[in-house]
Ligand binder design. Structure first.
Ligand SMILES: Nc1ncnc2c1ncn2[C@@H]1O[C@H](COP(=O)(O)OP(=O)(O)OP(=O)(O)O)[C@@H](O)[C@H]1O
Ligand SMILES: [Mg+2]
Length: 607
């Protein structure tokens, strides 16, 4: 056995290649020797040429000789194919059996450890932001679900140049002790994935992924303190993710004294970079305060200079109702899964109970179209029958899903938020009526702030939000950006180059509220361009744009009139003097004439 082959079998650990040959039938074992003549077939390829040269005429022989001469190049280059074939022989190829020995389950934590960029941990600055974002999103979700006005304390402490300890504390409902390890130490574990209700989180990955990133970069676990009420004890946990099994590893579990009556504190140590400006933690928190005026956010950055965003309103947003899936929004596989999992005893019951907007009448219509019995057992439905049912569902008219499950920010609150953040001359906001993509209800809102202290000669700033969460990265890949670029801002008297944002002292805000926001990846940074969503964004921007256009045109008209007036104004005294000398007016008459002229000018001003 040569060096290479020894290395290969050594790497396999159990000499699988040798084993393989032993297991194989004798004929299979003979393969290499049978193959060898074939592999050396190239020099033999010259033979027929030699044969033909014997038989052929002189002329043909000449031709053949030329051909042979060309072909004889091959043996000249002979050593190369020989070496290649030797190398090929030496290289041990994988077989189904050797591959089988390597095939094993991949835990979701292992997958995301390798692909952490999918979760928003692709660079140190983004990692710090994502960690805070996941904890803040959860805190706001938990408070709202419990009907509590959120008060958040966010601290970033810098431990070394690239090492930070971040903590996010909320006054929410807390987390029951038994759940804490799984919430923070297991990916794809959460309360929001299986329901159709508007919330910031939806996947069940966020906070455990942040903890896993911290663990990966510092070796430390996530520290959690949680208390579910003033009369309950507070529990402190230190949790890590066992990435091989995607299971929590509890390093500490103690009852502790805690000065907060209720809520959760999450502390993560991680490698990161703190920076200021756009897409920074500061920027994210400022935008979060803008979209969540009911929340108080107390923020201490690494410098220690506290920054408080006091709540602008004491009213919680209306509670988002949970809905069932709409039949037009589900795929065949999902339908089959739902039929298998249903609690209903018959098909008619399953359709009416598990889907929204399916009344008994609609269910009967679907079943008649599918030629299926109403009392058939849902669990017994064969796949071809499920397909018939799926087709029938698509063919029947069903009301759009209820929209009580979507809670937009609202035009008034949006305008208030914009006013609190930007000192502009003009504000506009629009909330579109609810629409549906893939059976999921959604609402698009847009807002504009123009003029005032906003920078004049630059491209407009686009602020994107999904379920009140600012989206800071992947702007170019987002449906919101695409719709904004496709909007004809020139119609509203703004400058715009082709395929670019408009130029001017302008801030554009777009918000999507939905029971399921179609993000382009797990890091929840950009919205997928479903045609219905793109259209609604465009309509919302156009509505705001028209208001801005009216404002700008009126302002321009006023400015023009002012200019004209001041121009005529300059000549009125001279006209007075001329009239005095022509008509021999007294000074008093001249002054009265000048005053009258000025009044006429004032009245004729069209604004
Ligand atoms: N501060 C908190 N207070 C109460 N419950 C919390 C808190 N943080 C997390 N949870 C619970 O832990 C679950 C898991 O949180 P995680 O952030 O991993 O996922 P998610 O919020 O459901 O979805 P996403 O991955 O989109 O963020 C949540 O669904 C929620 O039930
Ligand atoms: Mg979350």
């Amino acid at each position: 056995m040569n060096k290479t082959s020894r290395k290969v079998s050594g790497r396999r650990g159990q000499g699988q290649l040798a084993l393989l040959l032993e297991d194989a039938p004798p004929s299979a074992r003979r393969v290499p020797s049978r193959q060898s003549p074939k592999k050396n077939a190239k020099p033999a390829a010259v033979k027929p040429t030699k044969k033909s040269s014997k038989k052929s005429s002189k002329k043909t022989a000449k031709k053949t000789a030329t051909k042979t001469a060309t072909k004889t190049v091959i043996p000249k280059a002979g050593p190369a194919p020989a070496a290649a074939s030797r190398r090929r022989k030496e290289r041990k190829h994988e077989t189904a059996v050797s591959l089988a020995a390597q095939q094993r389950e991949i835990s979701v934590s292992e997958f995301f450890t390798k692909n952490r960029h999918l979760l928003g941990f692709d660079n140190p600055a983004k990692a710090l932001l994502t960690t805070i974002k996941e904890a803040v999103d959860n805190a706001l979700d938990a408070c709202e679900e419990a009907g509590i006005l959120p008060e958040l304390h966010i601290k970033i402490r810098q431990l070394a140049e690239t090492r930070f300890r971040v903590s996010v504390q909320d006054n929410g409902p807390g987390i029951v002790r038994e759940q804490i390890p799984k919430v923070f130490g297991k990916l794809l574990y959460g309360s929001k994935f299986h329901r159709l209700r508007q919330s910031r989180g939806q996947q069940g990955i966020g906070i455990s992924a942040a903890g896993m990133y911290g663990q990966l970069t510092t070796g430390k676990g996530v520290r959690i303190i949680s208390r579910t009420g003033p009369k309950c004890p507070a529990h402190e946990f230190l949790v890590q993710v066992d990435t091989r099994k995607n299971q929590p590893k509890v390093l500490r579990d103690e009852e502790v004294e805690w000065d907060s009556p209720q809520g959760t504190l999450v502390e993560i140590e991680l490698e990161g970079t703190y920076r200021k400006g756009r897409r920074s933690v500061d920027d994210y928190l400022q935008q979060t305060a803008m979209a969540n005026p009911h929340a108080t956010i107390r923020y201490t950055p690494p410098s220690g200079t506290k920054h408080d965003y006091e709540r602008q309103t004491d009213e919680l947003p209306p509670e988002a109702k949970e809905i069932k899936p709409h039949p037009h929004g589900i795929e065949l596989g999902m339908l089959m899964h739902m039929l298998h999992e249903t609690q209903a005893r018959n098909l008619r019951g399953a359709l009416t109970a598990d889907f929204s907007r399916v009344s008994p009448k609609v269910a009967d219509e679907i079943l008649a179209k599918a030629h299926l019995a109403a009392n058939a057992r849902p669990k017994r439905i064969a796949s071809n029958e499920a397909e018939k049912l799926y087709k029938a569902i698509q063919a029947v008219r069903i009301l759009n899903p209820p929209t009580s499950c979507v809670v937009p920010i609202g035009e008034e609150t949006l305008t208030r938020g914009l006013k609190a953040q930007f000192a502009a001359d003009f504000y506009a906001a629009t909330t579109r009526p609810p629409a549906v993509y893939r059976g999921n209800p959604f609402v698009i809102e847009a807002g504009l702030a123009y003029g005032g202290a906003l920078a004049g000669d630059e491209l407009a700033d686009l602020y994107r939000f999904a379920n009140r969460v600012p989206l800071l990265y992947q702007q170019g890949a987002c449906a919101m950006t695409k719709s904004t670029l496709a909007t004809a801002w020139r119609n509203y008297t703004l400058q715009q180059s082709r395929g670019a944002l408009p130029v001017g002292p302008l801030v554009i805000l777009v918000h999507i509220a939905s029971v399921w926001v179609p993000f382009t990846s797990e890091s929840k940074e950009a919205i997928a361009p479903y045609p219905e969503i793109v259209k609604e964004i465009r309509l919302a921007l156009q509505e705001c744009g028209r208001k801005l256009g009216t404002f700008l045109r009126r302002r321009r008209r006023v400015a023009d009139e002012e200019k004209k007036r001041s121009y005529i104004d300059q000549f009125i005294p001279h006209i007075g003097e001329s009239l005095q000398s022509i008509l021999a007016l007294s000074d008093a008459q001249k002054d009265r004439t000048v005053k009258n002229l000025q009044e006429v000018l004032e009245k004729s001003r069209k604004l």
